[in-house]
Design a protein around this ligand. Structure first.
Ligand SMILES: [Zn+2]
Length: 286
């Protein structure tokens, strides 16, 4: 138990034909809720700190928190840095004990994306830390990265092969029709594209971003076609904090006792995560 790399979990997921759920967290309570669900479901789990979240919590505290919580719950946990455009921050996270990082230079030109990614792969290799990178662009809103829905660019399979060969990354985030945040219209996943990419780079697990609001059957189909990590963030951002729609948040007892609020947040996060773990097929795979 404790922190493990994403490479380790991806290898097992490829063998087992399931996806490992990746959840964003923004506070101690969020992370406890994630760990609780993983422990109860005996599921592998990826806990993702965002760059914005780290600005609030601090990278050293995040690492210690993840180490402590995974030990308390007796689980393996991947501590992952989500969507990092700041290479200095990424290096600090690697130095301080994150077991996985995502460099996101997907908005840059192909060659620059390759160069940034190669630099991070080299740096992370010192500690055996996993590197995820993105090719193509997943639209929508993720922290301070905002993309116009119109500019969404899907991942080209041949480019993906070239990118993986040039960079040696451990997993690839693909743009196949999901967006970050809530969907304005029903998401249209390009399933043949997932299969085409997977066929060209069968050894490189694929990552699906923008999981909130995607129908569960679409998740299952994406997993059948080679997706091995699915990111869910927005749902936890909305319900993993003080959500007035959750019964109890407005009780007088909650207002006077922060522990009462923490318990509600943990329970809510844990129930969201448990439901998603069942869809990923990762329950019992820890
Ligand atoms: Zn994302």
């Amino acid at each position: 138990m404790g922190l493990v790399t994403m490479k380790y979990e991806m290898k097992r997921a490829m063998k087992g034909g399931y996806a490992v759920p990746a959840f964003n967290f923004f506070s101690f309570d969020n992370l406890v809720g994630i760990a609780k669900a993983a422990a109860e479901k005996k599921s592998p789990v990826i806990a993702m700190a965002t760059t914005g979240g780290i600005k609030v919590m601090g990278e050293k505290a995040v690492v210690k928190m993840a180490e402590g919580i995974s030990a308390d719950y007796g689980i393996d946990m991947v501590l992952h840095l989500d969507h990092c455009t700041d290479i200095e921050l990424l290096k600090r996270c690697v130095d301080n004990g994150f077991t996985s990082v995502m460099i996101d230079s997907s908005k840059k030109e192909f060659d620059e994306n390759v160069a940034d990614t190669c630099y991070c792969v080299d740096y992370a290799a010192k500690y055996g830390v996993t590197v995820e990178s993105e090719l193509g662009h997943v639209g929508g809103k993720e922290d301070d990265i905002v993309v116009d829905d119109m500019s969404v660019m899907f991942t080209q399979p041949e480019k993906a092969l070239e990118f993986v060969n040039l960079t040696g990354i451990d997993c690839l985030a693909v743009a196949v029709g999901t967006v970050h945040g809530f969907y304005k219209a029903k998401p249209q996943l390009d399933f043949p594209r997932i299969s085409a990419i997977n066929k060209l780079i069968p050894g490189c697990p694929l990552v699906l971003h923008g999981g909130t609001g995607v129908p569960y059957d679409d998740f299952r189909e994406a997993i059948r076609r080679g997706v091995r990590k699915i990111n869910v963030g927005t749902e936890l951002k909305v319900h993993g904090v003080f959500d007035p729609s959750v019964a109890g948040y407005n009780d007088p007892a909650s207002k006077q006792d922060p522990r009462a609020v923490s318990k509600l947040v943990i329970a809510k996060v844990s129930s969201i995560c448990s439901e998603i773990i069942d869809v990923m097929g990762s329950a019992g795979k820890a």
